[in-house]
Design a binder for this molecule. Structure first.
Ligand SMILES: [Zn+2]
Length: 677
């Protein structure tokens, strides 16, 4: 069969890929890889060239086959494609597990490091250290009995996390609010009300039926004028899967949470880490528990004063003491009154062609590259565009697809993903290719696609990830671009580039009314920029509450005292909560990020990456945001290095010191509060 997924063409032949190609291609590549790995594992005296380079090539080969499939599954979904995609997931996961658990490979990597380490280039040594670390974290080096216990703990953990998620889902789906008095819906938008009316009709009920999904919850607490409705939603939402609230005791996650912490702690101890937080930090830029805790406490101390002032101002604006379910409602009104700038009104000033050329201009000026569109490339939809990046000497360095508009059968949100990873191996070379995917409103009959400023920031963010992937100079796929980058540092380039979308000089270039071409008027620009720091203190304290809670429960678990989840949450709130929280609030019971998702002992990384990005951008502000030598240093030290070096060392090389929180506080307008508490 002529299978386009197996054809070694420079770019995927998207238009020829059919669902029936998928499973055959994946099986063929996996079988071939397994056979080759079998040979490699028995090499007499393995070296970087004879073992690791070939393994990197195999890694590249799977990615070349799988990347177009998972991409199409996300942007051009169909039942048939989803079925073939799902059929491959267990195959890939078994393959990756076998690889991660391979004793012979672990020993071979280890031996190369021990015996030949001194003769290797730093990036090669880093690659091996990285791999050895991951083998170790997967339990490969453990004696048989401990290894079994580790595997069991991991397996049980997966089941417990799924159970946690299920309980939250059931609790969320079980609650609805039946409204028969239209007055109670005042303030809510038409779309939501119409949806609730249809839902009621489906159930043969009069009036409206509101569900507890996230968009509805957010809309109600932000817009509903009825405090009773807001409170009902707040209570239902923050007591999901707990011992309190309208479904008290049903789907209660308390025991599941305790067991999750217990398994994580046990798994970490089997690998000789004192606790789960320390285990999690083994792959992060932050290296120690005290480092993370003092980082969070430093931010809390700095932002508390600002948050208290914001809350006091909000209460005086509302003319009454505010309960937890009132805050979003009055904040929205205050923001509207103060800035009178709405995202919808900004759209005409941000036509996509103008924004794109401004964005490319930023990248070209900063990193001395040229971005040109290439016509005639095979794409998966007629709206998709293709661009090449060249360096100052006109040499190609990478390419990317841009799939900008929302359409049916395309996953929502925005993201950057790897189409082809950069490699330069004895077996061949490849330049990086990226997918940039957004879900903007498509163009109309007589107008281009018009973006809100939120959309513009999103585009800059994803393009920042794109540059990280495309400007890499690392030759080995497993650590090139965003691969192998510490998880708490991977958002640095994306959040860094966001800053440009807020900069007056850039706003001037990326905005231009789609009819008149006039840039966003100065006064509106200033009001827009001011919105960035609105309630920054309050939102910082909220994030810190989540981050401290997450980090402490994963540090302080002890078999004798258990998780002490409620107690630690109370202590954290006493320290950082500014808005009063009702005693019955059980938000932890539905905190899926840390109990079911990948953010365990990692919630701090949101703030961590923001601090890095703001501090890096401050270096540019100090010398001019387009200063070529600062940009060159950023490229050389961080952006081009991928996962090829320690993230903290990279930052220190660029900044000349460790990261500091000052620039983020300044960016949020809360620097003045520093030291005031
Ligand atoms: Zn991101």
């Amino acid at each position: 069969m002529d299978n386009p997924l197996l054809a070694p063409e420079p770019l995927p032949a998207f238009m020829r890929i059919r669902p029936e190609h998928v499973e055959g291609a994946v099986r063929e590549v996996l079988d071939a890889n397994r056979a080759r790995i079998g040979e490699l594992a028995t090499l007499e005296r393995p070296t970087f060239a004879t073992l690791i380079e070939p393994l990197e090539e195999l890694h590249h080969r799977i990615s070349r086959t799988w990347s177009p499939v998972s991409h199409l599954n996300a942007v051009l979904n169909s039942d048939a494609l989803r079925e073939s995609y799902n059929a491959c997931l267990p195959l890939l996961s078994a393959y990756h597990t076998d690889l991660a658990q391979s004793e012979p490979l672990y020993r071979a990597y280890h031996a190369i490091l021990e015996q030949q380490g001194a003769a290797l280039a730093p990036v090669q040594r880093h690659l091996i250290e990285h791999a050895v670390r991951d083998f170790r974290l997967a339990g490969v080096g453990l004696p048989a009995e401990r290894k079994e216990r580790f595997k069991t703990a991991m397996l049980e953990l997966a089941q417990l996390q799924a159970k946690f998620e299920e309980n939250v889902l059931d609790a969320t789906n079980s609650w609805t609010r039946h409204v028969t008095d239209a007055a109670e819906l005042r303030g809510l938008n038409e779309m939501l009300i119409e949806q609730a009316r249809r839902r009621a009709a489906d159930e043969r009920l009069p009036g409206w039926l509101l569900a507890l999904d996230q968009p509805t919850y957010v809309a109600v607490v932000t817009d509903a004028e009825s405090p009773q409705l807001r409170r009902a939603f707040y209570e239902a939402w923050t007591t999901r899967a707990s011992d309190r609230g309208p479904n008290a005791g049903r789907w209660n996650n308390a025991t599941v949470m305790e067991e999750i912490l217990q398994r994580r702690h046990a798994a970490a101890q089997l690998l000789d880490f004192p606790n789960y937080a320390q285990y999690a930090l083994a792959t992060r830029m932050a290296h120690s528990v005290p480092e993370v805790l003092s980082f969070l406490h430093e931010l809390a101390a700095a932002a508390r004063g600002a948050a208290q002032a914001e809350f006091a101002e909000l209460e005086s604006f509302a003319g009454q003491p505010l309960a937890a379910w009132d805050v979003a409602f009055y904040a929205e009104r205050l923001q509207r009154e103060r800035f009178s700038v709405s995202q919808e009104e900004l759209r005409p000033y941000f036509p996509l062609p103008r924004v794109l050329s401004g964005l490319f201009g930023v990248a070209e000026r900063l990193f001395a590259v040229r971005i040109r569109e290439r016509a005639g490339v095979a794409v998966w939809h007629e709206d998709v565009r293709f661009f090449d990046i060249e360096n100052a000497r006109g040499e190609p360095i990478g390419s990317f697809y841009l799939d900008a508009y929302a359409r049916p059968n395309k996953r929502s949100g925005a993201w950057m993903d790897e189409c082809i990873g950069r490699k330069r191996l004895a077996s061949g070379a490849a330049l990086p290719v990226a997918y940039l995917v957004c879900n903007f409103l498509p163009p109309g009959e007589r107008r281009p696609a018009l973006l809100t400023h939120d959309d513009v920031v999103t585009l800059f963010h994803e393009f920042g990830h794109g540059l990280h992937h495309l400007l890499t100079r690392v030759d080995y796929p497993s650590i090139a671009g965003i691969n192998g980058v510490a998880w708490d540092a991977v958002e640095l380039p994306s959040q860094f580039l966001e800053n440009y979308a807020w900069h007056p000089e850039v706003l001037q270039r990326i905005s231009g009314h789609f009819e008149s071409g006039v840039p966003l008027p100065l006064e509106q620009q200033q009001r827009l920029i001011a919105t960035r720091s609105f309630h920054a203190g309050l939102s910082m304290m909220r994030q810190l509450e989540f981050a401290l809670f997450d980090f402490r429960i994963h540090t302080e678990y002890s078999p004798a005292h258990g998780g002490r989840i409620e107690q630690i949450l109370r202590e954290v709130r006493n320290e950082v909560a500014v808005v009063p929280v009702p005693e019955w609030n059980r938000f932890a019971n539905s905190f899926g990020h840390i109990f079911a998702g990948g953010y365990a002992a990692g919630y701090y990384s949101y703030k961590w990456a923001e601090v890095l990005a703001a501090d890096a951008f401050a270096a540019f502000e100090e010398s001019g945001v387009f200063d070529p030598s600062t940009a060159q240093r950023f490229l050389d030290a961080i952006l081009s290095r991928g996962g090829g070096r320690d993230a903290l060392e990279a930052f220190i090389e660029f900044r000349g010191r460790r990261p500091e929180v000052g620039p983020l506080l300044k960016q949020h307008g809360i620097a003045a509060a520093r030291g005031a508490t």
